[in-house]
Write a protein that binds this ligand. Structure first.
Ligand SMILES: *Cc1c(COP(=O)(O)O)cnc(C)c1O
Length: 404
C-alpha cells in the first residue's frame, strides 16, 4: 500500500484532466494490446527458456510469433530481431556494440546534432574512450545535407547513425539515400526508429538499414520493451554484447525474455500497420486543423520541414512570449511539452531547436504537439482556441509591462 508520504503533495486540483497531446513522449496502451498481454502475466507465465515443460513451450511459442510479426513489419527475418528494454538500450547496444566489435577496423563514427540523447550520449562516451565522433549539423528544416554526409565518410568510419523520425520536430530523414551511400562506402548504417515504427513505411531491405532501434511505447504498446534489428547477411553485422549472462538472444542480449511485453509489442505493431494508411491521413488532417488557426497569428514559426515530417507532430516557436509562462498557461487545457520530455529537467533550450538555428528566446518559447490515435477533431479545436487565446493574453501582458 502507498503510504501518505509517497503521494505527490501538490497535484493541481483539476475537475477535468487536460487533453493529452504529447504522443511523441509516450502513448497510452491500446485496449487490444492490453488484452493480448494479460494471459501472459498469469496463465501463460512460463520462462520461454524452459525447454522441459509446457509452461516454457507456451511462452516460447508466443515469443516466436511476436518475433515474426516484428520481422515482417520491417522486411527482416525473425533471427535478426533482438529484444531489448526499449530504444535507449537498443541504441546503446548498437553503437557501443559496433564500436567494440569493429575496434580493429576503425574508430570513427558519424551521427547528427538532432539525435536523441540515447544516441548522442553513447557517442560522447565513446569519444571519452578515444573514438572519433563526427556530429553533422542539419539544415534549417531539420534535414541532413547528404553531400555533407558523403564528405564526412572516411576509410576508418565504422558506423553512421541517423534517426528515422525526430522526437521533437517530427522530421523524417532520407533513410533510403543514406542507406545507399553507406552501403557504397561499406559503412554500417544504424537508425533510431523509435518514432517511425508503425507510422511510416520502414523496410530494412529497401532502405539498406543494417541496424535499427525500435520501441513499443510510442505506438500504444507497453513501456519497457523494444528491439534492435541486426542484419545477418550482406553484410553480417557483428555486435559486442553489452549485457552478459544466460546467452539469450543469440548471446547478444542476456536476460529472461519479458513475454507479456513482447506479446504486447507485437500486437501494437500489428494494429499500427493495419491502420497505418487511414490513421496517417487522419493525423495529417488533425495536424493541419491545429496549424491553420495558429498560423493566422503573427510571429508563429513552424519548427521542422513542413512536408517531410511525422503525421500528427507539430512543433512551433512563439515570438514575444516567455516559454515557461506559455507552458503554464496551456497546462490546464492541454498536456504538451517544450523540447523533449527526456531533457525537460534541464534548463538549457532544446538541442534540436538550437541545431535548426532557432535563437534562444524562440527555442525556449516552443511547444511540441503530438497528436495520436485517441485524439478527436473536437479536442484539436478546443486546444487550438486555447493556444491562440493564451498567446494573445501573454503578449498583451508583456505589452503592458513594457509600457510601464
Ligand atoms: C522515445 C525515444 C527513445 C527512447 O526510447 P525508450 O524506449 O523510451 O528507451 C529513443 N529515441 C527516440 C527517437 C525516441 O523518441
Amino acid at each position: 500500500m502507498l503510504s501518505q508520504s509517497t503521494l505527490p503533495l501538490k497535484l493541481p486540483q483539476l475537475t477535468q484532466r487536460p487533453i493529452y497531446l504529447d504522443c511523441q513522449a509516450t502513448t497510452p496502451v491500446d485496449e487490444r494490446v492490453l488484452a493480448a498481454m494479460l494471459p501472459y502475466f498469469t496463465e501463460h507465465f512460463g520462462n520461454p527458456a524452459s525447454t522441459s515443460h509446457i509452461y516454457g513451450w507456451e511462452a516460447e511459442a508466443a515469443i516466436k510469433k511476436a518475433r515474426k510479426i516484428l520481422a515482417d513489419a520491417i522486411h527482416a527475418t525473425p533471427e535478426e530481431i533482438i529484444f531489448t528494454s526499449g530504444a535507449t538500450e537498443a541504441n546503446n547496444l548498437a553503437i557501443k556494440g559496433v564500436a567494440e566489435a569493429y575496434f580493429s577496423k576503425g574508430r570513427h563514427i558519424i551521427t547528427v546534432q538532432t539525435e536523441h540523447n540515447a544516441v548522442l550520449d553513447p557517442c560522447e562516451y565513446l569519444r571519452s574512450l578515444g573514438l572519433e565522433i563526427t556530429i553533422l549539423p542539419v539544415q534549417s528544416n531539420g534535414l541532413i545535407d547528404l553531400a555533407q554526409l558523403q564528405q564526412a565518410l572516411r576509410p576508418d568510419t565504422i558506423l553512421v547513425s541517423v534517426m528515422a523520425a525526430n522526437n521533437e520536430i517530427g522530421v523524417l530523414q532520407p533513410l533510403a539515400e543514406i542507406g545507399k551511400m553507406c552501403r557504397q562506402a561499406k559503412v554500417l548504417f544504424h537508425t533510431d526508429a523509435a518514432q517511425a515504427l508503425g507510422k511510416i513505411t520502414l523496410s530494412v531491405e529497401a532502405m539498406k538499414i543494417d541496424i535499427m532501434s525500435m520501441t513499443a511505447h510510442k505506438i500504444y504498446g507497453p513501456k519497457g520493451i523494444g528491439a534492435l534489428y541486426v542484419r545477418r547477411s550482406k553484410p553480417r553485422v557483428q555486435l559486442a554484447p553489452q549485457l552478459h549472462g544466460g546467452g539469450h538472444e543469440r548471446g547478444i542480449r542476456s536476460g529472461t525474455l519479458y513475454t507479456p511485453q513482447i506479446v504486447g509489442f507485437a500486437k501494437a505493431v500489428e494494429v499500427a500497420l493495419a491502420e497505418k494508411s487511414s490513421e496517417s491521413q487522419r493525423l495529417s488532417q488533425l495536424q493541419q486543423r491545429l496549424w491553420e488557426p495558429l498560423s493566422q497569428l503573427r510571429g508563429i514559426y513552424l519548427n521542422g520541414d513542413r512536408v517531410q515530417r511525422l503525421p500528427g507532430n507539430l512543433n512551433i516557436s512563439v515570438e514575444g512570449v516567455d516559454g515557461a509562462a506559455l507552458l503554464l498557461g496551456l497546462q490546464p487545457i492541454v498536456a504538451v511539452s517544450s523540447g523533449s520530455a527526456c531533457t525537460s529537467t534541464k534548463t538549457t533550450p532544446s538541442h534540436v531547436l538550437t541545431a535548426i538555428g532557432r535563437e534562444e528566446a524562440l527555442a525556449y518559447a516552443s511547444v511540441r504537439f503530438g497528436i495520436g490515435r485517441f485524439n478527436t477533431a473536437e479536442e484539436i479545436d478546443t486546444v487550438a482556441a486555447h493556444v491562440c487565446s493564451t498567446i494573445s493574453t501573454l503578449r498583451q501582458q508583456s505589452l503592458i509591462v513594457s509600457k510601464r
